[in-house]
Design a protein around this ligand. Sequence first.
Ligand code: AP5
Length: 216
Amino acid sequence: MTRMVLLGPPGAGKGTQGQMLAERLGIPQIATGDILRAAVKEGSELGAKAKSYMDAGDLVPDEIMVGIIRDRLQEADAQEGYILDGFPRTVAQAEALDDMLEAIGQKLDHVVHIDVDSEVLVERLSGRLICRDCGASYHTRFSPPAKDRVCDKCGGELFQREDDQEETVRSRLAVFEERTQPLVEYYRQQGIYRQIDGDRDPETVRDEILQAIQGK
Ligand code: AP5
């Protein structure tokens, strides 16, 4: 049973690591950004509320995010542990999560902060392309698709996320510094915080996270 949070700035590799760790540990990756983007795509009420915040690189209000997580953590697949990717992002969200868990006699086991220099992040995100159909991620320079703007895996169209334009990426990084960075101290005080250097190949980062959480 592992209940963990992946913390890190935009582009640090939370999604990439969350997916690899979920496969390895057999627990779900719960990515709030993915949940919100699916809501925008569906055209739901949640999506309509979230879109303007996301496009501007701002945070969606805490009460909306806490409600999403409260519902998601009650689903059957989350009863044996989970990897939270993109939540919490503010101290208020972290406190709400602690309260939620305490009410059912649970607590978080690990908070892993994937640390990457901001210029590397801007380069990673401003070149990122995502498949509209299967969600696979590419990079115009580091991992380009074989055919321009076409997904190697499913043939779907590749697009740039609205919030991956360089100016918005820089706003997202500033929002991380201001609103999310205080979580480092919050979780350090709980004794469950670990920092990992995320500027290495994804498999090396994954193995180091596994070592950190399995105490090897
Ligand atoms: P979200 O989707 O969570 O975006 P983010 O945190 O900005 O993170 P990204 O998805 O951009 O990056 P990542 O760290 O997952 O990196 P990835 O693995 O994709 O949130 C989007 C928006 O939703 C927010 O701005 C906000 O508006 C809203 N939101 C979400 N949660 C919220 C919350 N709790 N509260 C309020 N609002 C919320 O990798 C990035 C790129 O780098 C990829 O191209 C990848 O292939 C590449 N890469 C990954 N690892 C490596 C590596 N080791 N080496 C080289 N390249 C790598």
